[in-house]
Design a protein around this ligand. Structure first.
Ligand code: UCC
Ligand code: FAD
Length: 635
């Protein structure tokens, strides 16, 4: 029995016990899952070249200056000044200083640009998203415009950089592209993405926005208005039900041409009415919106700093991207990028929640001991850390695939020749990369969003009542889990709901490339798991049968059932594939360190029956719980 302290004076609002607040540590170093991804997927030369930047940024995101901006963005959500005092419509969107500063910081840190600078070739995307992960918990969702900016840059690059013959408007696209990938906040643009309408967001076939060709033949169209500003040849009229990043400089949108086909368009959000965009004195530049009226800003559960609006489009001038009727296919380039951003955001918010949970367990006492010594509490935390590590590795695996897929020729990629990356054999090259990326992107998007929402609810509970509290004070903002939780809840809805991701997964598996996708997956699994027979580690030996069995069962089901039946079981099919991929990555990551083996074994045990050579005692399992959560340094 623990001794009970004798009370000599009562507590008051100023006397008695006050909890020391949890103190966050640099996430680049303290987040073990992030460190494993960093080590697993990057070769030594890249690791040493980028680690300074990542560790410095790990400090920056917790600095008072940044937290003041984050708190300001939360405390002062955007507002709309629709009318001027004379009764004229002005649609002035007012964002907080904190939001604008955070946007500028993200731009100058290269949160989008790193990918396009491509300094580390196939590893550039890993660098970008490792940094992005660290940024997520402090950035007040400026990563939402970053994500769409990245997607738009990739789409425009296909119409400019990759194949210059694709579009007659390539110079216009090139100019926008250069701004999207800039690190200079005074020049850089962000982009929105307008797909969703009242009639449907998951299914955009009934889009009610109409595009009509303005004048002249396409090649002769006048590209500037009286003030010299570029104007698109298409007139867009309609209503967009959700527009995040309403402060963006441009948007990629869907609209129907009169023949009924859905096409993709690029539209700047502003027209210049006097001055030049490059004017040295920016006060000389006046702009008006490009036929856009902001009907209202949405009131939301989370993402409060983000200006999400309803937009009315009246003769908005735009340029068509790609061929008419190919709008969904065109915009899917953006979707596949933003869905990966979504996954990294899920892991980033969740990672911050777990960091707060760990920090609290170090300072909070219950029954006379620190929470970090309370075994049942640490068991719950360990379960969460296993899940987090599984999804973090899967996320960075998909990021690695993205990086390889984007090199001029994935075949000529030097990936496997690099040294120091223990994952060289995990990330294939050649056409398999594109197939794996295509099928795993929706799986990753769906599963990380759901896991992060559930995970953050656990993090909130791990702080007890304080976990439920809200504050927009700069002193508190870094450790408010309620904020992270409400911000995470959108991740399973936008960019395609969970069931829509399951639908997409099944359509890929049973579609025209289905056989190739199954073959690529099969080859990837077999090449890795076959080696496990030779027992690379205890984890691989113990997990081998489970993973092989599940893989056989999964392929039999996918091949054996027709698409309609499989769609009904879409979520389960998707979850099983996600489990399998994460299991393989965790087992491959397991090495001499007993934590990595334990994480792999625990993850595989979720669906399999892991046969252990020697049963661990419960106290040994308790020791592992503690190491899984706090690592060796806190032992
Ligand atoms: O929510 C939004 C922004 C939120 C804010 C930003 C967050 C950033 C991330 C977080 C970071 C902080 S924007 C709205 C997002 N909306 C969606 O995601 C829509 C969800 N619905 C779908 O994904 C559907 O599957 C649709 C709309 C793509 C399906 O449309 P359809 O009309 O049924 O089209 P099909 O027939 O499935 O596809 C037409 C063509 C096909 O190619 P072809 O013609 O060659 O057969 C498809 O294979 O497009 C191809 N396609 C794709 N290709 C469709 N989806 C894809 C894909 N994902 N990748 C490659
Ligand atoms: P619906 O499509 O009507 O879906 C309703 C339900 O039906 C869902 O549960 C869905 O899972 C289910 N369902 C639909 N289709 C299927 C299917 N095939 N199989 C099984 N179930 C299905 N959109 C933009 O275009 N640009 C933006 O910037 C943007 N920002 C947003 C910001 C926020 C904060 C939010 C909340 C949304 C934003 N969206 C944006 C919209 C978002 O992408 C859509 O809400 C989402 O795609 C779902 O569309 P919906 O709302 O029309 O729901």
């Amino acid at each position: 029995d623990l001794p009970v302290a004798r009370l000599t004076s009562p507590s008051s609002s100023t006397a008695g016990f006050f909890q020391n607040p949890p103190k966050l540590r640099n996430q680049f170093f303290e987040d073990a899952a992030l460190q494993r991804a960093f080590s697993l997927f990057l070769p030594n030369d890249v690791k040493s070249s980028i680690s300074n930047d990542l560790s410095t940024f790990g400090t920056t995101v917790l600095e008072q200056k940044v937290l003041v901006w984050t708190a300001d963005a939360e405390a002062h959500p955007p507002r709309l000044e629709a009318w001027d005092i004379w009764g004229q419509r002005q649609d002035r969107l007012v964002t907080s200083e904190g939001w604008r500063n955070l946007e500028a910081l993200g731009i100058s840190e290269g949160i989008v640009a790193i990918a396009y600078e491509n300094r580390y070739n196939e590893y550039s995307r890993l660098y970008q998203f490792l940094k992005y992960h660290i940024w997520t918990g402090s950035c007040a969702y400026v990563t939402c415009p970053s994500a769409m900016t990245d997607g738009a840059a990739k789409l425009l690059s296909r119409h400019t950089v990759v194949d210059t013959s694709l579009s007659p408007d390539k110079e216009v696209f090139r100019a926008a592209y250069d701004r999207l990938i800039s690190r200079d906040p005074s020049k850089a643009w962000t982009s929105g993405q307008w797909m969703t309408e009242r009639v449907g967001g998951s299914d955009v076939r009934n889009t009610e926005t109409l595009a009509t060709y303005a004048r002249g033949s396409k090649s002769k169209v006048t590209k500037t208005d009286a003030d010299g500003a570029p104007l698109g040849p298409w007139l867009i009229n309609g209503f967009k039900w959700f527009s995040s990043a309403t402060d963006a400089n441009m948007a990629i949108l869907l609209a129907k041409t009169p023949d009924g086909g859905i096409s993709a368009f690029y539209a700047p959000t502003q027209r210049i009415v006097s001055g030049k965009l490059e004017a040295e004195d920016s006060s000389l530049v006046t702009t008006k919106l490009n036929g856009i009226t902001i009907q209202r800003l949405k009131s939301k559960l989370g993402t409060r700093p983000l200006p999400t609006a309803e937009l009315s489009l009246t003769n908005t001038r735009a340029y068509m991207l790609g061929n008419p009727g190919q709008g969904v296919k065109e915009i899917s380039t953006i979707l596949n990028i933003t869905r990966i951003h979504n996954a990294v955001t899920a892991c980033g918010l969740w990672g911050r929640g777990l960091a707060i949970s760990r920090a609290f367990a170090r300072v909070r006492s219950v029954r006379g001991r620190a929470l970090m010594d309370l075994q049942p509490h640490v068991r719950t935390m360990a379960k969460e850390h296993v899940e987090y590590r599984a999804y973090t590795l899967m996320t960075f695996f998909v990021v690695a695939l993205l990086g390889v897929s984007e090199q001029a020729s994935p075949k000529s990629c030097q990936h496997s020749q690099k040294t120091g990356s223990s994952a060289a054999h995990l990330v294939p090259s050649g056409p398999a990369v594109v197939l794996l990326l295509r099928v795993l992107t929706p799986v990753l998007k769906a599963l990380t969003a759901k896991a992060a929402i559930a995970g953050l609810a656990e993090c909130m509970e791990s702080l007890g009542g304080v976990g439920y509290l809200d504050s927009s004070s700069p002193l508190d903002i870094g450790t408010i889990i309620a904020r992270l939780y409400r911000d995470a809840n959108v991740l399973s809805i936008w960019e395609g709901t969970t069931d829509v991701m399951a639908d997409d997964t099944i359509r890929v598996l049973k579609g025209k490339e289905g056989q190739d996708v199954m073959a690529a997956l099969g080859q990837w699994v077999d090449t890795i798991v076959d080696k496990w027979g030779i027992a690379k580690s205890f984890a691989s030996e113990a997990c081998c049968d489970n993973v092989s069995q599940l893989w056989r069962r999964w392929t039999t089901e996918v091949r054996g059932k027709d698409a309609e039946e499989l769609l009904v079981r879409g979520r389960t099919v998707m979850e099983d594939l996600g489990w399998l991929v994460s299991a393989i990555l965790l087992v491959e990551d397991a090495d001499a360190d007993d934590v990595s083996s334990a994480v792999a074994l625990r993850w595989v045990s979720k669906k399999g029956d892991v046969k252990r050579k020697g049963q661990l005692t419960w106290t040994e399992e308790v020791g592992l719980d503690r190491k899984i959560v706090f690592g060796e340094s806190d032992m």
